[in-house]
Design a protein around this ligand. Structure first.
Ligand code: GDP
Ligand code: MN
Length: 404
């Protein structure tokens, strides 16, 4: 689960990570008030107005309606509300949002930490993530902060420092010092960076995160090290033990169909193809998607209804698939193990009748317990549903309906 920058900074602050101070706002007036308050708290007289969306590249990204960038500097208090107005409610397009962009509902009003006249602010890159190949966490750092790290990795991979952490002993002091040293720091800045990385790692472990990305980490001319941006990705599977973090979820940032599927306990991922599929079990779902491709179609989605599929989950799955206008056929592929095929077949027929007006052909392949009884129920239902028992048969029927 992703959270917003303003939320991430609050979380990090709680673990002693120094961050650029800011106050979130959802109207131009609230943005002005936030700036007044920030001035009183930090003494800043320049303000950064930052669009809050779950995507990076905001600084270079543009609000479609107004042409404003997603991160802008206001050098006067009076400019803050106007700059916020040009961002709030707009659609921000960045290289990470896709051409359709993302609607901005909130802005973060932050203190300017690139002091006016500061000739030597330096931006670094820092991230912590799970290295799945090595089976442990890795700290990645670079002197090329503020840039796209993918670009750095491609053009000058030697500029990316990596430090792997042995899960048995945890992060060691010498490792943190090694990273700070390789970043070319010394003196007070070195000590500050060591503190920063240690606190960041503590936060990463304590929140059960799967990725932290701080780009840029800033070194000010008076040797303070702080997070100017913060991307925090929490591990969904650990959210049950972080109720406070789970509450930070913003479902307006997620695909609405995926949210609806989640509510019904379905595992749904939308794809671009024309054949909707509903399957029980992730492995069978993947095999089914392969089969759809082999028969000349493209899967419109991945949908695993889980082991305990019943009439209710089948109906919920149907409704979700049917909301995708690209779907030209639906393939239901269920293995009756715990669930009996005749129960699924009745569920399909019931769902079909209750939704009504389904215009796309449905191919149902049932295998396992009571497969033949299931096929019989489908065949005798009088609906535009075709049954198949083998995978080959199902593939041929998909092919036939796609050809019309
Ligand atoms: P991103 O573009 O989505 O990654 O958003 P960031 O939070 O990284 O901000 C983008 C850029 O805005 C940064 O790389 C900085 O160059 C600039 N920026 C952020 N905070 C400040 C600030 O306090 N003062 C100034 N002058 N620039 C800032
Ligand atoms: Mn950034």
């Amino acid at each position: 689960m992703n959270i917003h920058e303003y939320q991430a900074k609050e979380v990090l602050k709680g673990y002693g990570v120094r961050v650029q101070q800011g106050i979130v706002a959802d109207t131009p007036e609230a943005a002005h008030e936030a700036a007044v308050k920030l001035n009183a708290e930090t003494g800043t007289s320049w303000y950064v107005v930052k669009a809050q969306i779950h995507a990076g590249g905001r600084g270079k990204g543009k609000i479609q309606e107004t042409g404003s960038n997603g991160v802008v500097l206001a050098k006067k208090l009076e400019e803050v509300s106007e700059k916020a107005r040009n961002i709030l409610g707009g659609t921000l397009v960045t290289h990470q949002t896709g051409p359709e962009g993302k609607k901005v509902n909130k802005v973060l009003i932050a203190e300017d930490v690139y002091y006016p006249g500061d000739s030597e602010p330096k931006e670094y890159y820092l991230s912590i993530l799970l290295d799945r190949a090595k089976g442990c966490n890795v700290i990645m750092a670079s002197t090329e902060g503020g840039m796209d790290i993918e670009e750095v990795a491609e053009k000058s991979p030697e500029k990316i420092i990596k430090e792997w952490i042995d899960p048995k002993v945890g992060l060691q002091g010498f490792q943190v010092r090694k990273v700070a040293f390789k970043l070319g720091l010394s003196g007070n800045a070195f000590k500050e960076m060591v503190k920063f990385i240690a606190a960041l790692y503590k936060a990463y472990e304590a929140t059960d995160s799967s990725q932290f990305e701080i780009n840029p980490v800033l070194k000010t001319s008076d040797d303070k090290i702080l997070a100017v941006d913060a991307k925090v990705n929490l591990d969904d599977n650990a959210l049950y033990r972080h109720k406070d973090l789970a509450e930070l979820r913003d479902i307006t940032e997620e695909d609405p169909l995926e949210v609806e599927a989640g509510k019904s306990g379905l595992n749904y991922v939308k794809l671009d193809g024309n054949v909707g599929c509903m399957v029980n079990g992730a492995g069978l779902a993947m095999a089914t998607m392969d089969m759809i491709k082999l028969s000349g179609g493209e899967p419109a989605n991945f949908l695993d209804v889980g082991g305990g599929a019943n009439a209710t989950t089948v109906e919920a799955g149907f409704r979700i698939i049917l909301q995708d206008p690209n779907v030209k056929a639906i393939l239901i592929n269920v293995f009756g193990g715990i669930v009996r095929c005749d129960r699924i077949a009745s569920g399909v027929v019931e769902a079909y009748k209750s939704i009504g007006d389904i215009r796309v052909p449905i191919i149902v392949r049932l295998q396992g317990t009571n497969a033949e009884e299931g096929a019989k129920i489908i065949d005798e239902s009088g609906l535009k549903v075709f049954s198949a028992i083998t995978l080959k048969e199902a593939a041929e029927k998909v092919q036939a309906v796609l050809k019309g």
